[in-house]
Design a protein around this ligand. Structure first.
Ligand code: TMP
Length: 235
């Protein structure tokens, strides 16, 4: 497996071509951003921790029948993945109120929702990833109706699996963000990452935050939070 030219550099990851037509290498960086890129910083060894957490979660999801872009973990910071075209939608799943939901609807942080909330954002940095619904997705041709159906069903199933998994390591899965991709065959599979950058994870007893909110809110002990998730997930 040879790592060829960089195709894309995002805020937290780089994507490289390989000598295999349908395989990419994702490299996880330590850079952290918040407030739509206004707040910038570094979380020491975040790339290593997120690659470890993401790899493990993709493996566990695959074992439960979820199709993902994950092939294998290559090194500390590198993951081999299937080539996909990212669907430009961020899929947000919420079990407890936090973050933008608390602001938008005035729900106190930590309120358990009576049922799972699914939301979509248009993946567009210049616009600040604005919220959209199924009608926007259809009208703007971001995805086919059948693809949105697949994405929604998959997101709910992933939520069930992750809630269980996190419960076993004494973590409440507050909310998280998913991205999906289209394979060259047109199949919709889970892509991107699942890590403390993209999830809110609270200790089930103390409600201590073990995720990127520690960075977003300058709470300190950011690395310690991520490391605690690594420790618990690797068991
Ligand atoms: P929010 O409360 O800011 O809308 O975020 C909900 C969840 O989704 C939270 O776990 C953070 C994650 N998320 C991302 O990973 N990337 C994003 O661009 C957004 C908006 C949220």
């Amino acid at each position: 497996m040879e790592k060829l030219e960089m195709l894309y550099e995002g805020k937290a990851k780089k994507v490289f071509k390989t000598d295999e037509d349908n395989q990419y290498i994702v490299e996880y960086k330590d850079d952290a951003t918040a407030l739509n890129g206004l707040k910038k910083g570094t979380i020491v060894d975040k790339g290593i921790m997120n690659n470890t957490i993401s790899s493990k979660l993709f493996e566990l999801l695959e074992q439960k029948g979820i199709k993902t872009h994950y092939i294998k973990k290559l090194s500390d910071r590198e993951m081999l993945v299937k080539k996909v075209e990212i669907v430009p939608i961020e899929v947000l799943v919420r079990n407890y109120a936090a973050g933008s939901l608390t602001k938008r609807y005035g729900i106190p942080e930590g309120t358990k929702m009576d049922s799972t909330i699914l939301e979509y954002c248009f993946k567009n940095d210049e616009l600040g990833d604005p919220f959209i619904n199924e009608y926007h997705i259809k009208a703007m041709k971001l995805a086919e109706e059948s693809e949105v159906d697949t994405i929604a069903k998959s997101a709910f199933r992933i939520n069930e699996i992750l809630i269980d998994l996190m419960k076993n390591i004494n973590i409440d899965l507050v909310d998280f963000k998913l991205e999906f991709g289209r394979t060259p065959d047109g199949e919709i599979i889970l892509a991107d990452e699942i890590s403390p950058d993209t999830c809110r994870l609270w200790d089930a007893d103390t409600h201590e935050k073990l995720d990127k909110d520690r960075f977003r809110r300058d709470m300190g002990k950011v690395e310690e939070g991520y490391m605690e998730v690594v420790r618990r997930i690797l068991g």
